[in-house]
Structure formats: structure tokens, C-alpha cells
Design a protein around this ligand. Structure first.
Ligand SMILES: Cc1cc2nc3c(=O)[nH]c(=O)nc-3n(C[C@H](O)[C@H](O)[C@H](O)COP(=O)(O)OP(=O)(O)OC[C@H]3O[C@@H](n4cnc5c(N)ncnc54)[C@H](O)[C@@H]3O)c2cc1C
Length: 374
């Protein structure tokens, strides 16, 4: 007789591995599917690290999610006995009263989050590697930091397996259909049946749900040899920066003599996996960080290496957390728009609470798909 799962996870990456874990821990019969063997470099979570911040520049509505995500990452660390979170602090740099920094200040006031505000002069004195122009400022959130993203996905996958999850990796999902309340997940290695499905397929979600308003964008991130003063050991924080050239950068304190820096805006619009070419195959890859190195942060030396990755960008840059229209047994999380990893833990929990009909803890109206369907 064909096995029927309580839940099938389509895409066991950042959010999917978390959902699979929380479902397994609740005793559900779970099948996790992924087209590669997690952790891998074909999704959006490779490259070792992702920033986590709580006072949220994109919009204060994310703060309750960020705080719960933080708790869940720390309990995963305990459960898996793996260090995932590094509390390095996060420095956010921008023009005074910019929207991003204003949202951080509002978040901090509303949710009593400890932040410290520096004008350009005091920031440049405090971090002598910085070169902020007059009219700029910085906020330091000392409780933020970074997550070891690949280790986190590994931990979720391993712990889910321990809790009884079935795992079918190196298997691509080709189609999903709801047939009289039972979801059929068709793969290149058979059809699987689930009472519920969560579609957490990241950048390539439109292969499975074609009408979603999601744009895949190729991104790169680079590692540079760097001065010791920029290292985690020297207490240099993770950072985001909106700079006078109109770009948005982010980076991590250096480890092993290398600092990792990326540019959040820009990138190349792509439409299939093959177009996500390796770092260096696009001539712009080498220049992404040049302005930042030359004008904002001293001590960043020659390029060591880079990787390419992808964002799944929604039209307003905010997440989509919803049911597939007309199907209460199929949920989708997408549109994480390059800032979703930190929330992967809580997003998995939210998906499973919905599967279990647990009273919602957050108002998710702002993340509904219907905002784009009006
Ligand atoms: C360079 C870069 C830097 C970033 N920095 C940050 C940061 O500092 N902080 C932060 O919070 N976020 C950051 N992000 C964003 C964050 O990493 C992503 O939002 C998040 O990882 C997306 O999670 P996901 O679960 O949606 O997708 P993924 O983690 O990519 O998971 C999707 C999974 O689905 C699988 N899959 C896809 N299609 C199929 C199919 N048809 N069949 C089977 N499996 C399938 C894939 O193999 C993959 O494992 C960054 C992203 C990038 C690219």
C-alpha cells in the first residue's frame, strides 16, 4: 500500500530543513525532499554565514519573528550540540535619518532592544578602520551577529532524521497536485503522497507554482585578505552599510585572515539554474566591492575568492508566507528577497503550527500572497 505522509517538505534548504525538524519533533510522519544532498551550494544558504539582526531596517514588523528566530537558533545549538550563532554585534551604517536606520531606531524603541547610535565622527573614532562622511551615522546592535548557515541546515537535517523523518535527497520534485485533499508530489523518482505539503524550494519555486511574483537574481559574495583589526577576535562586528554611491553592502568580521563582503542590491536577473554561473564568469563580479573597499572600510586587501548564489525577490522585498490559493493543505514560503536566512527557524515553526492548527502567534497578514493579487 502507498505510504501517506503527514507532511512532505519540498526543498530541504533553510526553511524546509527547519520545517521538517519541527514537524518530526511533533511526531508527524515527515518526508523531506531535496534535489541535492543538503547541505550543498545549489540553494541560497551556502558561503558559511548569514547575518542575524533584530532591530529591523527593512520594517519593524519583522522584529517579533527575529526574536523568536533567535531563541530557536539557540535551542537548536543545544539540541544538536553545534555552535551556530556568533554574537559579534551588528553595525548598521547609513545616511542620518535614512529609512533603514530610522526603522532600526523605531524597532529598538518599540521592542526595547539595546542599540547604540554613533554619528560619523564617533563611529570613525570607535572603529578606526571606518571612514564615514559627515552626515552619516551608525547603530550598533550588540546582541546581533551571524549564523553558521550551512551548519544550521546540517543540524536541522540530522536532528530531523534522528526524530524519524524520512529523507529523499538528490531527487527533484517535478509537480505538485492536490487530488481530493491528498497532495501528490511527483518527483524524478516516483510519486509521494502527503496530507500536507510545504513548498520551500527557494529560488526555483516558480517551477512548481508558476504564477508566483518571484524574480530569481544571481548574486555574488567575496572573501578578501584583511587586516587583523577587522577580525572577530579583535571584536569587529558584522555590518550592513548604505553608502554614498547608493549601494547597500554587508559583511562579517574576518576569520582566518579573510573578510567576507557582499552587495545586497544589484545582481543579474536570471530565469534558470544554468544562468547562475560561477563567480568570475560575469565581469562585474570583481568590481562589486571596489567602492566600499576604497571609500568606507580600510584594511580590506586583495580578493581571495568568491561564490555565486541566488535571491528569490518579491516585488516589495517582503516575504510571502501563505497557503497556495485554494489549497489549505499546501503552504509556500518564498520571496525572502535576500534577507530570509535569519528567520528560517521561525518560518519552519510557523509552517508546522499551521499544519497542526495551532493558534497563530503572529499577525502574518502583511506577508500574504493576496497583496500581489489585488
Ligand atoms: C549571497 C547571499 C547572502 C545572504 N545574506 C543573508 C544574511 O546575511 N542574512 C539573512 O538573513 N539572509 C541572507 N541571505 C538570504 C538567505 O540566505 C535566503 O533568504 C534563504 O537562505 C532562503 O531560504 P529558502 O529556504 O527559501 O531557500 P534555500 O535555502 O535555497 O532552500 C531551497 C531548497 O529547495 C531545493 N529545491 C529547489 N527546487 C527543488 C525541486 N524542484 N525539487 C527538490 N528540491 C528543490 C534546493 O535544492 C534548496 O535546498 C543571503 C542570500 C545570499 C544568496
Amino acid at each position: 500500500m502507498t505510504e501517506i505522509y503527514d507532511l512532505i517538505v519540498v526543498g530541504t534548504g533553510s526553511v524546509g530543513s527547519s520545517a521538517g525538524y519541527y514537524a518530526s519533533m511533533k511526531g508527524l510522519k515527515v518526508l523531506e525532499v531535496d534535489e541535492s544532498q543538503p547541505p550543498h551550494d545549489q540553494g541560497s544558504y551556502h558561503g558559511d554565514t548569514r547575518i542575524i539582526r533584530h532591530a529591523y531596517g527593512e520594517n519593524p514588523m519583522y522584529v517579533p519573528l527575529a526574536l523568536r528566530a533567535q531563541e530557536l537558533w539557540q535551542s537548536l545549538e543545544k539540541q544538536a550540540q553545534v555552535k551556530i550563532f556568533h554574537e559579534t554585534g551588528v553595525l548598521n551604517i547609513g545616511a542620518e535619518k535614512s529609512q533603514f536606520l530610522s526603522n532600526i531606531v523605531i524597532s529598538a524603541e518599540q521592542y526595547h532592544l539595546p542599540i547604540k547610535i554613533y554619528d560619523a565622527k564617533s563611529a570613525n573614532e570607535r572603529w578606526q578602520q571606518l571612514n564615514l562622511p559627515i552626515g552619516f551615522e551608525a547603530t550598533l546592535e550588540s546582541r546581533g551577529g551571524y549564523l553558521k548557515s550551512e551548519d544550521a541546515v546540517s543540524a536541522y537535517v540530522n536532528q530531523a532524521k534522528k526524530a524519524g523523518a524520512h529523507q529523499k535527497f538528490n531527487t527533484r520534485v517535478l509537480a505538485i497536485s492536490d487530488e481530493h485533499g491528498l497532495v501528490h508530489v511527483q518527483t524524478n523518482d516516483g510519486v509521494f503522497l502527503g496530507k500536507h505539503v510545504v513548498v520551500t524550494a527557494g529560488t526555483w519555486v516558480k517551477d512548481l507554482i508558476p504564477n508566483l511574483p518571484i524574480q530569481p537574481v544571481r548574486k555574488v559574495v567575496s572573501w578578501f585578505n584583511s587586516d587583523q583589526s577587522l577580525s572577530e577576535r579583535a571584536n569587529f562586528p558584522a555590518f550592513t552599510a548604505e553608502t554614498t554611491d547608493g549601494n547597500q553592502y554587508y559583511g562579517f568580521p574576518a576569520n582566518d585572515g579573510m573578510i567576507k563582503i557582499g552587495r545586497h542590491n544589484g545582481g543579474q536577473i536570471i530565469s534558470n539554474r544554468e544562468q547562475r554561473v560561477q563567480f568570475g564568469e560575469n565581469s562585474e563580479d570583481y568590481d562589486e566591492i571596489t567602492y566600499f573597499k576604497q571609500h568606507v572600510l580600510r584594511g580590506v586587501n586583495q580578493l581571495h575568492h568568491g561564490v555565486s548564489c541566488t535571491y528569490d525577490v518579491s516585488p516589495d522585498g517582503h516575504f510571502i508566507i501563505d497557503y497556495v490559493p485554494g489549497h489549505k493543505n499546501i503552504q509556500v514560503v518564498t520571496g525572502l528577497s535576500g534577507h530570509g536566512f535569519k528567520f528560517a527557524s521561525v518560518l519552519g515553526e510557523i509552517l508546522i503550527d499551521r499544519v497542526l492548527n495551532i493558534e497563530p502567534k503572529y499577525n502574518l497578514t502583511a506577508f500574504s500572497l493576496s497583496r500581489f493579487l489585488k
